[in-house]
Design a protein around this ligand. Structure first.
Ligand SMILES: *[C@@H]1O[C@H](CO)[C@@H](O)[C@H](O)[C@H]1NC(C)=O
Ligand SMILES: *[C@@H]1O[C@H](CO)[C@@H](O)[C@H](O)[C@H]1NC(C)=O
Ligand SMILES: *[C@@H]1O[C@H](CO)[C@@H](O)[C@H](O)[C@H]1NC(C)=O
Ligand SMILES: *[C@@H]1O[C@H](CO)[C@@H](O)[C@H](O)[C@H]1NC(C)=O
Ligand SMILES: *[C@@H]1O[C@H](CO)[C@@H](O)[C@H](O)[C@H]1NC(C)=O
Ligand SMILES: *[C@@H]1O[C@H](CO)[C@@H](O)[C@H](O)[C@H]1NC(C)=O
Ligand SMILES: *[C@@H]1O[C@H](CO)[C@@H](O)[C@H](O)[C@H]1NC(C)=O
Ligand SMILES: *[C@@H]1O[C@H](CO)[C@@H](O)[C@H](O)[C@H]1NC(C)=O
Length: 398
């Protein structure tokens, strides 16, 4: 919350007195586009689906059914790759770079049918059958529910729609956490996954150094006060204004970069600074305060646990036991490939070291010494370091 406040203060203090609004740098048009618009802006076919979870949330599911370099025979069903974003981001994670460095476009051009999910509460998944986003009930969720309801709903829908027996799954950050949970607790879904690609895998976060998680841990009550127990980092139009109008201004470039890196770590060498306006307008994409509180409950703990509802009685209602249950990744059998970064503040190398030996069917691992949390999405060399290897493994598992 405080950094939105910081940016806002800058607008108020500097904006009017220094006339900075007139000194515009070039702006990328994608900074003011939604997911479908970005996909078609680059000349790719786009499809959008609203799917409903068992508990009534309506999620935006996006698809690039085929690429530009293989558009012949576009009625033939291709192998499916599903992409799941992380904490505070959205499906835009996979299409925010130039097409030659965005996983969504690269996979489509490599001949795959690409689907991109959006967890409940993000910019593109804010509808419910009967709850409104103004209600407390809508925001009473954390990644427990994303694993229990959102992933199964998305994967079931894709399997039905494409008639594929199995699909490939790529997750980043929290997108790996919910996969570890779903694939170890719901065998019916785990069976559908041919290979699970985990980028910046997050399970327990005992050693995490992310300022954002620490902030949530230390300032739980402040966050609740500011956002009234509902939404964390809300207001899309404000963010789009920041991303598309303020970040391109010279004076704000540094602040915008700082905000982006607060979530994940700092390394400007591997970032295309001319695209920070796109990254900033699409992120942070929002989540519930409860989700941030859940993460903060896990900070400094060696286990991944379900959300602690705050009292033995409430936990009994949700879990039929007085404490929140532990998740255990050892029961997951899905073939899993992992990429981690030694400079990642959120998926800390110490935590990754604990997680990796617990993955039963671990088929590949790579550590990239200089990678931070967002390099897996925005790194200038992410195609060479990560995406080309994902495509190789997929091609080796037809
Ligand atoms: C994205 O923008 C297009 C064009 O303005 C619009 O038709 C579509 O409904 C938008 N999608 C969402 C999810 O807002
Ligand atoms: C398209 O599909 C047909 C029949 O499946 C095949 O004979 C043809 O070679 C394919 N064309 C291309 C360009 O892949
Ligand atoms: C993508 O294209 C841009 C512009 O042509 C080029 O500068 C960049 O090096 C390319 N990136 C990759 C990963 O090929
Ligand atoms: C969101 O931000 C915009 C400025 O971009 C402002 O006009 C609007 O009132 C804000 N909405 C809420 C709910 O705070
Ligand atoms: C960096 O982003 C700019 C603006 O989108 C683009 O023109 C340029 O080609 C990108 N550079 C690389 C190396 O990808
Ligand atoms: C983490 O846990 C240890 C031992 O339980 C405790 O001494 C330490 O103060 C905790 N750190 C924070 C930041 O709460
Ligand atoms: C709740 O737990 C008790 C004791 O562990 C067990 O007997 C009961 O069947 C459980 N109820 C449900 C609905 O799982
Ligand atoms: C996870 O399950 C395995 C096998 O059942 C067990 O050995 C291990 O202790 C469990 N880990 C946790 C953290 O409960």
């Amino acid at each position: 919350m405080w950094y939105l406040f910081k940016v806002m203060s800058f607008i108020l203090i500097l904006g009017t007195t220094h006339g900075v609004f007139r000194k515009q740098r070039s702006v990328n048009p994608e900074a003011s586009m939604n997911i479908s618009q970005i996909i078609s802006y680059w000349g790719y076919p786009d499809e959008e689906y609203d799917i409903t979870t068992e508990d009534g949330y309506i999620l935006g599911l996006y698809r690039i059914p085929y690429g530009k370099t293989n558009s012949e025979n576009n009625s033939v069903q291709r192998l499916v790759v599903y992409l799941q974003h992380g904490l505070l981001t959205s499906a835009s994670s996979w299409i925010s770079n130039l097409p030659n460095n965005s996983l969504g476009f690269l996979l489509a051009d490599a001949g795959y049918d690409v689907w991109m999910g959006n967890s409940r509460g993000t910019t593109w998944s804010r509808k419910h059958l009967y709850l409104t986003t103004n209600s407390k009930e809508f925001w009473a969720f954390s990644f427990d529910e994303m694993a229990k309801y959102d992933l199964p709903a998305s994967i079931d829908f894709i399997v039905k729609q494409t008639q594929q027996q199995q699909i490939f799954y790529v997750g980043h950050s929290q997108g790996t956490t919910i996969a570890f949970i779903t694939f170890s607790t719901i065998p019916k879904i785990a069976e559908r996954i041919k290979v699970f690609f985990a980028l910046a895998p997050v399970f327990s976060i005992k050693y995490s150094k992310s300022p954002l998680i620490k902030m949530a841990y230390n300032w739980k009550s402040l966050i609740k006060f500011f956002s009234g127990s509902k939404e964390f980092l809300p207001n899309t139009s404000f963010k789009r204004f920041v991303g598309s109008k303020l970040c391109p201004l010279k004076i704000f470039v540094k602040i915008c970069r700082d905000v982006l890196f607060m979530i994940s770590g700092y390394d400007l060498k591997n970032l295309n600074t001319s695209r920070v306006d796109v990254y900033m307008s699409q992120n942070p994409a929002g989540t519930s305060v409860q989700n941030m509180v859940h993460w903060s409950q896990l900070f400094n703990s060696s286990h991944l646990k379900a959300f602690d509802w705050g009292s033995p009685d409430l936990n009994l209602v949700h879990f039929n036991q007085t404490t929140s249950p532990l998740y255990n990744v050892t029961s997951m059998n899905v073939p899993t490939a992992t990429w981690s970064g030694d400079s990642d503040l959120l998926a800390d190398p110490e935590d990754v070291k604990i997680l990796l030996p617990e993955i039963t069917n671990h088929i590949y691992h790579k550590t990239i010494s200089y990678y931070n949390h967002v390099d897996f999405l925005f790194g200038l060399d992410v195609y060479h370091q990560v995406y080309s290897e994902i495509i190789d493994i997929i091609q080796g598992n037809p």
